[in-house]
Design a binder for this molecule. Structure first.
Ligand SMILES: [Zn+2]
Length: 412
């Protein structure tokens, strides 16, 4: 058999996805499968059964990450594939789930064709990628790659005060540190784009160049609280009026720097009373661009502009950095393999950057990593309306299969 002719089993893959879509269903086409919840446990149990049915050696590590290992001719470094099965509270049924289930489908195809790869292939489900129950996101991948300490992760609490460690024990997925994946040749993650680019450009396969860097700041504007009735306009030091002018600048700076994205997503006003002039306002600024220099240039420009507004408005300004994340670039060998696979199948493909973070961001620090994006209809994600078409799921899975064959050196 020509190895390039191998394809995934569309019906089986869609059937597997259907099972996943019923676990934690919102009843409205979406999923509520928060990390380490009862629904997550149910999904994990089924997933582990699926891995075992394929004869994989299943391991659970001390962050609850699940691995299924398929032996290679060598005991050497493995080609790891996967993503995450957890969702937002009102999330979609595709997201990272597709990355895990297409990885499982790849194993099924390799097995039924008796293909022996040079390197082992490991399927991974990472814990708490979403960060919806335990914040920050990407804890499972961040933990094994040393981006977060075990104490930090175990101590994180959800809204009900339940710690990560407790939740992991409660669903019976507390594994062993010795089960963490360590020797990794490649990590490949298939994921929905979560943005509109592939859909708008009518492309099927996204060859992800990397993950955009992202800086997060908190801005505090301090004016003077006073009564809305007697205080003349000229005597006011209204923190909210000053903050509003600043927020407009945060938005307008994107006209100066192509590709820059800025967002003010959160704001607190104090005292937040109808007849009191706001004395203090805090808001966040999220800045994203794949060019690290342009991103920091944007921040410097904003600092000047915001300081000028503060001076004119007679308010005090403090800006604190909450988060700083450089752009992650994916491995050329993986990007080439994705491009070649798409070309072989005759699928339309394009290069793009990921706006959101993914487990691949951390995995890129320990292995040659890459991502395959499939289109999100209208760019909708983290939403019950999230949709990726069956044809695109199948095509994405075919590309993943070929990339795995190539990187794990399938010798037929
Ligand atoms: Zn995801």
């Amino acid at each position: 058999m020509e190895k390039t002719s191998l394809k995934v089993n569309r019906e089986r893959l869609l059937e597997t996805l259907k099972v996943s879509s019923s676990i934690g269903s919102t009843g409205n086409g979406g999923l509520n499968r928060l990390a380490l919840s009862e629904a997550d446990k149910n999904m994990r149990d089924i997933f582990v059964d699926w891995l075992k049915e394929e004869g994989l050696e299943v391991r659970i590590d001390d962050f609850g990450n699940i691995y299924g290992r398929r032996k290679g001719k060598k005991d050497g470094p493995s080609v790891a594939i996967g993503s995450h099965l957890d969702t937002q509270p009102c999330g979609g049924k595709y997201d990272g789930i597709l990355g895990v289930l297409t990885a499982l489908e790849v194993i099924r195809v390799l097995n039924e064709n008796d293909i022996e790869t040079e390197y082992p292939v490991e399927v991974i489900n990472f814990t708490n990628e979403e960060g919806a129950r335990f914040s920050p996101p990407m804890l499972g991948s961040g933990g094994i790659t040393g981006n977060f300490s075990k104490d930090f992760i175990y101590g994180l609490k959800d809204d009900e005060g339940i710690s990560f460690e407790q939740a992991l024990n409660e669903i019976n997925y507390m594994g062993d540190i010795k089960n963490r994946i360590t020797n990794i040749k490649n990590f490949i993650e298939l994921h929905i784009e979560q943005g509109p680019i592939l859909h708008e450009k009518h492309k099927t396969i996204g060859i992800v160049q990397g993950i955009q860097g992202n800086d997060l700041f908190t801005v505090k504007v301090t004016g003077k609280t006073n009564h809305a009735g007697p205080t003349p306009m000229k005597n006011r030091r209204d923190a909210l009026v000053a903050a509003s002018k600043m927020i407009v600048k945060v938005n307008e700076i994107t006209n100066e720097i192509p590709g820059l994205k800025t967002t003010v997503g959160k704001m607190n006003v104090r005292p937040n009373v109808t007849n009191v002039i706001p004395g203090e306002v805090e808001f966040t600024i999220d800045i994203r661009h794949e060019d690290n220099d342009l991103r920091s240039h944007a921040f410097e420009r904003l600092k000047e502009q915001l300081s000028a507004i503060a001076l004119m408005s007679e308010v005090e300004l403090t800006i604190t950095t909450d988060w700083n994340s450089e752009t992650t670039l994916f491995a050329p060998a993986v990007k080439d393999a994705i491009k070649n696979a798409a070309d072989e199948f005759g699928y339309s493909a394009m290069e793009l950057f990921s706006g959101p973070g993914h487990d691949s961001k951390y995995m890129a620090g320990v292995a040659d990593t890459g991502m395959i994006f499939v289109p999100s209809v209208d760019g909708i994600s983290h939403n019950e309306q999230e949709l990726t078409l069956d044809d695109d799921i199948e095509k994405g899975a075919n590309v993943l299969l070929h990339v795995v064959q190539k990187l794990a050196k399938d010798k037929l």
